[in-house]
Design a binder for this molecule. Structure first.
Ligand code: SIN
Length: 303
C-alpha cells in the first residue's frame, strides 16, 4: 500500500491534491457532487477586505489547451466569508482549509489576513500577490522582490498561521521574488498564478475579454509552471505548492519531483468538477506504476 501523505508546515495532508483558489469557490457546489473530505485541502476563493463584483463580462476566453479568465477577484468580502461561508463550510468539510487573500494596499492585506487568521478552520493563509486582472494591487505586489517582501513582512506581523505567498509568472526572475519572500518570513511559496494573455475575435476585430487581457491557465502552461517550481526549489528551503496546468496524477508526481510538497489543481476543475477526485483515486496506482512508495520521499527528486 503506497503512502500519499505529505506534510505542510506541521499539518499532515492525506494526499497532496488541493483545488486552486478561484476554481472551487468555497467548496459548497462540489460537496453536492462528492465528499470533498477526500482532498488534501482546498484553497478558497480569493477574499478581499470589501465585497467585489468583479470585472465586466465577457471574462472568459477559450484557448487551445487552456483558457483565459478575467474574473477580477469577485468575492463577498472577508466579513461575509467568515460569518457565512466558513460557518457553512463546517457542515461539509472537516479538514483545515487554505484561505486565499488579495488586497489593493498593504493595509488591506494586513486587515484581511488578520481577520482570516482568527478563523479556527483556516490552516494556512495563501497571500495572492499575483492576480493579473485588477489594477492598483493584485499582481503589482508580486512583480518586484521588494514589494513582495513588504507584503510578506506586514502579513507575518499580524498572523499566527503559516503564510504562503502566491507568485506571478509574469516576471523576468521568479527566483528572486521567492527568495525575498522567504527572507521576509514566508512559511511557503505557491506558484504559479496565471500567465497574462489575450484573444481577439475575428468577427468583431476586438478583444474577446472586456478587460482586454486576462490570466491564461490550463494544461498548456504546465511546462512553464514545472520549470519555475524546479528553479525556486533550488533557491529556497520553505515548502512549495506547485500549480499551473495540473490535470492528471502523472502531473502531480512530476510537480513533486520538481520540488513541490503539495500540488494545486485549477482549470481542470472547470472542465470536469470531478477532476480532483479522479486524480486522488488514480494517484496510488500511478505511484505503484513508477515504483514510488512514499510520495514525501520524492519531493525534489529530479534535482
Ligand atoms: C481573478 O479573480 O481575477 C483570478 C484570481 C487570480 O488570478 O489571482
Amino acid at each position: 500500500m503506497v503512502d500519499t501523505r505529505v506534510n505542510l508546515n506541521g499539518i499532515t495532508l492525506d494526499n497532496p491534491v488541493i483545488p486552486a483558489s478561484g476554481t472551487f469557490g468555497f467548496g459548497k457546489e462540489f460537496a453536492e457532487l462528492y465528499d470533498i473530505n477526500c482532498l488534501g485541502t482546498f484553497s478558497f476563493k480569493g477574499t478581499t477586505k470589501e465585497p467585489r463584483f468583479g470585472n465586466p463580462t465577457p471574462r472568459i476566453a477559450e484557448c487551445t489547451s487552456g483558457m483565459i479568465n478575467s474574473v477580477g477577484l469577485q468575492n463577498p468580502g472577508v466579513e461575509h466569508v467568515i460569518s457565512n461561508e466558513l460557518k457553512e463550510l463546517k457542515e461539509y468539510f472537516s479538514k483545515p482549509v487554505m484561505a486565499n487573500v488579495s488586497g489593493f494596499s498593504i493595509d488591506e492585506y494586513v486587515y484581511t489576513c488578520k481577520k482570516i487568521d482568527e478563523a479556527p478552520q483556516v490552516g494556512w493563509i495563501e497571500v495572492n500577490v499575483s492576480c493579473p486582472n485588477v489594477h492598483g494591487g493584485g499582481m503589482s505586489f508580486g512583480t518586484t522582490p521588494e514589494s513582495a517582501a513588504e507584503v510578506t513582512k506586514a502579513v507575518k506581523a499580524v498572523t499566527t498561521k503559516p503564510v504562503y505567498i502566491k507568485l506571478s509568472p509574469n516576471v523576468t526572475d521568479i527566483v528572486s521574488v521567492a527568495v525575498a519572500c522567504e527572507e521576509a518570513g514566508a512559511d511557503g511559496i505557491s506558484l504559479i498564478n496565471t500567465l497574462l494573455g489575450m484573444r481577439i475575435d475575428l468577427k468583431t476585430k476586438k478583444c474577446v475579454i472586456a478587460n482586454k487581457m486576462g490570466g491564461f491557465s490550463g494544461p498548456a502552461i504546465f511546462p512553464v509552471a514545472l520549470r519555475m517550481v524546479y528553479q525556486v526549489y533550488d533557491a529556497v528551503k520553505i515548502p512549495i505548492i506547485g500549480m499551473g496546468g495540473v490535470s492528471t496524477a502523472e502531473d502531480v508526481i512530476e510537480m513533486i519531483l520538481a520540488g513541490a510538497t503539495a500540488v494545486q489543481v485549477g482549470a481542470a476543475n472547470l472542465v470536469d468538477p470531478f477532476a480532483c477526485k479522479k486524480i486522488i483515486d488514480q494517484l496510488p496506482e500511478c505511484m505503484e506504476k513508477y515504483g514510488i512508495n512514499k510520495l514525501r520521499d520524492i519531493i525534489g527528486g529530479a534535482h
